[in-house]
Design a protein. Structure first.
Length: 260
């Protein structure tokens, strides 16, 4: 049986390169990809690409520092409107907390308000939440713990914390998604988390065009490289690419239930 992979988190460019990117996916057994929006404009574009290409699905959401001049109430109603225009929306996000050197970004209070709104939206629409977390472990966990009892599901994208934190997310029923970061020698400790993970909660992603895997650094990343991430997961768990592909793909189909 040929293997089948799903890139659960990428950002496709809005250019004529998309055809070539998708052709490369086919050659590397990547059957579907989730094209993730980070702003209203980006979410609109993610939906357009999903409507145009069979392999592409969309997630819509507002990154902590995007659309800063639009009120959270307006962003809420704009996302609600988008949810009604396509059957290929599989998730809400990426959203979450980003405490970094971002210039003119949102304050932490305002980030929480935006994240909270999108968590509610995910619960109401029974869609998984795709979470971005940079230096926001405590806040992210408190929002997840608040909504998990109401049925919130989701994934911690591009996981880069330790096993203790992974366990807390798993306790809330969350999935954990690994990116090309696990191929970096400087992040070798992440392989310990990969090894300890229950297999039924692992997802793989590229976060392309960011985070190219080791051996491709300095090049733009692309969804086809999710195969390299899956190979590294197999290596860490002393398993095979076939077994990892089969399980991570079925996990993605359970979480993003629109994917068949
Ligand atoms: Zn992303």
């Amino acid at each position: 049986m040929p293997i089948e992979l799903i890139d659960t988190h990428c950002h496709l460019p809005d250019s004529d390169q998309v055809e070539a990117i998708l052709a490369n996916c086919m050659q590397n057994s990547v059957k579907y990809l989730v094209n993730v929006g980070t702003s209203l404009e980006g979410s609109n574009k993610a939906i357009k690409a999903a409507n145009k290409h069979e392999q592409v699905y969309a997630s819509i959401g507002i990154y902590p520092h995007e659309d800063k001049d639009v009120s959270v109430a307006k962003l809420h109603s704009a996302l609600e409107d988008l949810l009604h225009i396509s059957k290929k929306i599989v998730g809400i996000g990426e959203c979450g907390i980003d405490i970094s050197e971002w210039e003119n970004g949102r304050s932490i209070e305002s980030q929480i308000e935006l994240f909270d709104m999108q968590s509610q939206l995910a619960v109401e629409h029974k869609l998984p939440l795709i979470i971005h977390n940079r230096n926001g472990d405590h806040t992210v966990l408190s929002v997840i713990e608040k909504y998990a009892p109401q049925g919130l599901k989701g994934v911690a994208h591009c996981f880069s914390q330790d096993w203790d934190y992974a366990k807390k997310l798993l306790d809330c029923g969350f999935y954990i998604s690994f990116s090309g970061m696990i191929t970096y020698p400087a992040r070798r400790e992440l392989l310990e988390v990969v090894k300890k993970m229950p297999l039924n909660k692992i997802l793989v992603e590229t976060d392309s065009p960011y985070l190219p895997p080791q051996g491709h650094r300095g090049e733009p990343n692309e969804p086809a490289n999710v195969k390299l991430v899956a190979e590294k997961v197999a290596f860490a768990r002393n398993s095979t690419l076939e077994a990892v592909a089969e399980k991570t793909t079925s996990n993605a189909k359970v979480l993003f239930s629109v994917l068949k």
